[in-house]
Design a binder for this molecule. Sequence first.
Ligand SMILES: [Mg+2]
Length: 227
Amino acid sequence: MLTHIVFDADETLLDLRSAVTGGLEAVLGRMRQLDPAAAEVTLGDLESDWDAVFDGMSAAPVAEIRRAALTRSVARAGLDEHLDAIADLFFERRYALTRPFPDVLPALATLRRHHTLGFATNGNSRAERCGLAGEFAFEVYAHEDGLPKKPAPEFFGAVVAAAGVAPDRIVHVGDSPAHDVVAARRAGHRAVWLNRAGLPRPADLPADAEIATVTELAAVVAELSAG
Ligand SMILES: [Mg+2]
């Protein structure tokens, strides 16, 4: 019997990619206001600054990774002294633009009738800042109280503690095969892979089910509960 449904945030419930793009466009606009020479800097450059720092910092808080990326970006136009203001601008736009995918709020309303819902993220998408205030019975954020990110077992231990039920009563739902399926299964949860983009399913992915929208989840969870 599955009693709890726990959701990943970014790219599962929240359309983060377009929000990040909007944040970076605002950064680029401000850089060009501050120095016309920044006209040569492109959105692709700013995106590559994230890629350049991510691998060396993947366990760090996302806000720190973003600041490191923006440090490289402002340096492209000699605007290092404006880093704090530009980082503030990025986060203001990123949060203002981060909203649930259209299928999310109706699906959560349906699922809540029979299940307790939780929110569990490695990122810095606070539910209340991203259009999801009051939607969840509990929220788990990596880096709060030193909690390591998924796929660490400790992260899922915190989810179990917050849920207050045995791991096998929980189904974890998310877009990351490694974090939301493999690691969740290893922690004793059921796992549903949300594949919004229609990507090829990774070989040997131990998902209990695969869905393309969260609208499909109620039927899938009913089936897993019965099985
Ligand atoms: Mg995700």
